[in-house]
Design a protein around this ligand. Sequence first.
Ligand code: ADP
Ligand code: MG
Length: 345
Amino acid sequence: MDPNQEKRTDVNELGEFGLIDHLTKKFPLLNESSLKGIGDDAAIIENGDMLTVVSTDMLIEGIHFDMMYTPLKHLGYKAVVVNVSDIYAMNATPKQITVSLAFSNRFSVEALEELYAGIELACERYGVDLVGGDTTSSPKGLSMSITAIGQVAKGKQVYRNTANVGDLFCVTGDLGAAYLGLQILEREKQVYLAAPGVKPDLGEQSYLVGRQLKPEARKDMIVAFDQAGLLPTSMIDISDGLASELFHICSQSGVGAFVEESGVPIHPDTEVQAIDFKIDPITCALSGGEDYELLFTIRPEDVDKVKYMPGIYIMGEVVPKKDGIKLHTKGGNIHPITAQGWKHF
Ligand code: ADP
Ligand code: MG
């Protein structure tokens, strides 16, 4: 090796969150209006009586989506959903998006129209305005970056780092289905590549495939919280799997978690398909990503407010940090939950 060569550290040595931390630690917040910087689902900026909430996500062909089984209309819809999901995770309401695109000459006007038809549908569904973006060419594939801007009244924003010992962990919807949907699509892709004449049959798995290709963000939950007068003590959206999100809330709040496996909502189709793939369904919920449900904590005295809200499951308790993050299995065992986030570079 050349002794004069500069030190080269592989980004995998730091991992995703280690890398973000490493690159951004020398950026103190200089403006008083920057209420929340890096580290949550979205940043929060003071804006008169209201707070402005901002979040950005990038989707890259070949990494986040595969054009073999992702219709462009679905892709456009999903790209908006993943962004507004981060705004809802702050208990805020998304209002605007910007869309930046880079694409190769493989993409026609008609193809890009399809993409925008999906973006349009999502804008309607979530009540957001497309207010700008950027368009450029790329040597290969399609990349898109969306920024979502939202609003929340001062004092109503909910962070990741404010869970308290004794609070209850709640989760919306059901978990693990989007991951299995992806596994099914990948399997059908291999079948198709081996025998291009064979049409994939996804009919039986439409719930799981739908959760992967056409997820929804939990706008309805933010509305329901407001109507019930409920302010969660902490919240995050579940984009990387329950384990990873539990880890974020716990490490940032300086607490631990005790989760009941029986309290983790799993759809019957997820149960059946997981077993078919020889995976434990709870593993799909803990480590599968892209569910875009909400994980949040509430004060124990607020339990009556969520008890009768459809689609909310109380699945555990916030415990002292020294007790770690643990799963109480249906079989009666207690296991530590490990969260890697993902490695992806
Ligand atoms: P989420 O999964 O909710 O979209 P991420 O895990 O992508 O959130 O990001 C975690 C935090 O790190 C966010 O506050 C995000 O804005 C910030 N972040 C991610 N990448 C960068 C970057 N390259 N520079 C600065 N901040 C970043
Ligand atoms: Mg998020």
